[in-house]
Design a binder for this molecule. Structure first.
Ligand SMILES: CC(C)(COP(=O)(O)OP(=O)(O)OC[C@H]1O[C@@H](n2cnc3c(N)ncnc32)[C@H](O)[C@@H]1OP(=O)(O)O)[C@@H](O)C(=O)NCCC(=O)NCCS
Length: 507
């Protein structure tokens, strides 16, 4: 007991001596702006006065203890705000976040069990191979990708001719027009005519050709800019014929710097083709070495998440989509909405996992392997409070390309900002539709309209919603918008190709 009393007194004493620091901590924890903090500070000054009285030399130790005891007994309140009121300035919601995660896991564990009980195990890795290969003796997708080298070489040789002046700029532009048009049209013609190419194989081929198109467009622009700079320098009697960007130090002394036209080599071209960027540069920033542990971690993530994605699609997405067909055919509106909301959950999870798999694991893996230094593949799109912020931050390679080769050139020509933004979204909508409609061999414009709908949505969110409300609106558009497009395409695809009866006992 006596021990306890001593300990109690010591604690009180410590409280008195550290009260200044304690208030400082409180101030930090509660934010400076709140009125509550001012009250706390005022309290503190009163408390200090009391402390001084208590610590006067005339007060005996015993009396002091009595004073403290009676003070504590008599007053146990001070002016302060409740933690959950905004005036308290309290912001540590870590526990709430953990609660959200636990609730998410529990509710999805229930969904997972329900799914297993109802459908059994649907995951079948062998079936995935059949999505790429219909006929084991015919490999149209890999063949098409090998053929793409012709277009890459055409761009390189055109540039070489342009650099020595064999072709003029107009001829070069015309050849590029032919080459870039062929890159977009050739795979379309092949996908639409070769029956052994599956829709998934078709998406893969068209995605590769779209990437090559965007990369070669950038290659063309940058080499032209280098020529323009060389000519400008030559006109100003400068002896240097190199591109100024060449001299920019990028912290990669180990890699030799190249200058125009020394960059027009097969090695340089293929480095760019495999590098995780759509924007060409003569001297990419390079990382000093390959970190093996980092590489292996990314490789493990790639393999694991790929399996997880396939499993979730087979086990969760496919049955939900199949069960959504009947309400669509019956035009049962309330059931359609119910199906849509049901599909939104797996679709959103799959999209989030895909984001991490592609933009973090895969791109970092390739970048590490190629010692490509710029790893900004995404920014904090999850904090987006506006739709434009989301589009400017979730896919940085595409956004960077749009800015550098489409948006800014338009602005420099005096095009109005909203017109330039609409043009970028129009182009993006075209490519979204291109990547979906051609492999499915049906032209429904759902992806196109989904992308174009971003413009009025961006206006609405920017105009009427701010802060957390804006952020919630962006999340809702992502969670609900995508399954709408998915359901539209799948429904139309089923109606067109199968028209089979939906799975019985849909729930
Ligand atoms: C349309 C889009 C390019 C607009 O981007 P944004 O960042 O909101 O555009 P902003 O108007 O804020 O300006 C961007 C840049 O242009 C510059 N800029 C603005 N007005 C300019 C002008 N008149 N002249 C030159 N530059 C100008 C800005 O300084 C800024 O430069 P910085 O990036 O170096 O800072 C973007 O929303 C986008 O990429 N959309 C499509 C994305 C997409 O389809 N992605 C597909 C993913 S699957």
């Amino acid at each position: 007991m006596g021990d306890n009393n001593d300990r109690g007194q010591n604690t009180r004493k410590r409280r008195t001596t550290i009260s200044g620091a304690g208030v400082a901590t409180l101030k930090r924890g509660h934010g400076n702006k709140s009125g509550a903090c001012e009250s706390i500070a005022a309290n503190h000054s009163n408390a200090s006065k009391e402390d001084k009285v208590r610590e006067s030399p005339t007060t005996s130790r015993k009396d002091k203890g009595k004073h403290e005891d009676s003070g504590d007994k008599l007053s146990c309140h001070r002016i302060q705000e409740s933690l959950l009121s905004s005036a308290s300035g309290y912001s540590n919601y870590r526990g709430i976040l953990n609660w959200c995660v636990v609730m998410l896991i529990l509710s999805n564990a229930r969904l997972f069990l329900e799914n297993l009980i109802k459908y059994g195990i649907l995951v079948d890795p062998i079936q995935v191979v059949s999505l790429f290969l219909e006929d084991p003796y015919s490999w149209p997708a890999p063949c098409l990708i090998i053929v793409s080298n012709i277009f890459i070489m055409a761009a390189l040789y055109t540039e070489r001719r342009l650099s020595v002046g064999t072709f003029g700029e107009r001829t070069g532009a015309f050849l590029y027009l032919l080459n870039l048009s062929a890159i977009l049209c050739f795979p379309v013609a092949t996908v639409l005519t070769v029956s052994s190419l599956t829709p998934v194989g078709g998406v893969f081929v068209l995605a590769v050709y779209t990437i090559i198109f965007l990369k070669l467009y950038s290659y063309k622009d940058v080499n032209r800019w280098c020529r323009e700079i060389s000519h400008a320098k030559a006109r100003s009697l400068s002896r240097s014929h190199s591109c100024p960007s060449v001299h920019r130090a990028n912290g990669a002394a180990a890699h030799a710097q190249v200058s125009y036209p020394g960059n027009l080599t097969h090695r340089d071209m293929y480095y760019f083709m495999f590098a995780p960027t759509l924007c060409y540069e003569l001297n990419f920033p390079r990382s000093p070495r390959i970190r093996k542990r980092f590489l292996l971690r990314r490789l493990f993530e790639m393999v694991f998440l790929m399996q997880l994605l396939v499993g979730l699609i087979q086990q969760w997405m496919v049955p939900t989509i199949q069960n959504s067909m009947k309400p669509f055919q019956d035009m049962d509106f309330s059931r359609i909405v119910e199906r849509l909301l049901k599909l939104a959950v797996p679709n959103h999870f799959i999209w989030l996992i895909f984001f991490y798999w592609f933009f973090h694991s895969s791109m970092n893996f390739v970048a590490e392997l190629m010692q490509f230094g710029d790893r900004e593949f995404y920014r904090d799109w999850w904090n987006s409070e506006t739709v434009t912020y989301f589009w400017a931050n979730w896919n940085i390679p595409v956004h960077k390309w749009c800015l550098r080769h489409f948006y800014k050139p338009m602005l420099r020509k005096g095009v109005q900002k909203w017109v330039a933004q609409t043009a970028v979204f129009l182009m993006s909508a075209f490519f979204h539709e291109y990547l979906v409609s051609v492999p499915l061999k049906m032209f429904r414009l759902w992806a196109f309209m989904g992308m174009m709908a971003q413009i009025p949505l961006a206006w609405f969110v920017g105009r009427f919603l701010r802060g957390n409300y804006g952020n919630a609106a962006v999340w809702i558009s992502l969670i609900i918008g995508q399954p709408i497009a998915v359901l539209m395409y799948v429904h139309d695809y089923y109606v067109l190709h199968f028209q089979q009866s939906p799975v019985e006992g849909a729930d």
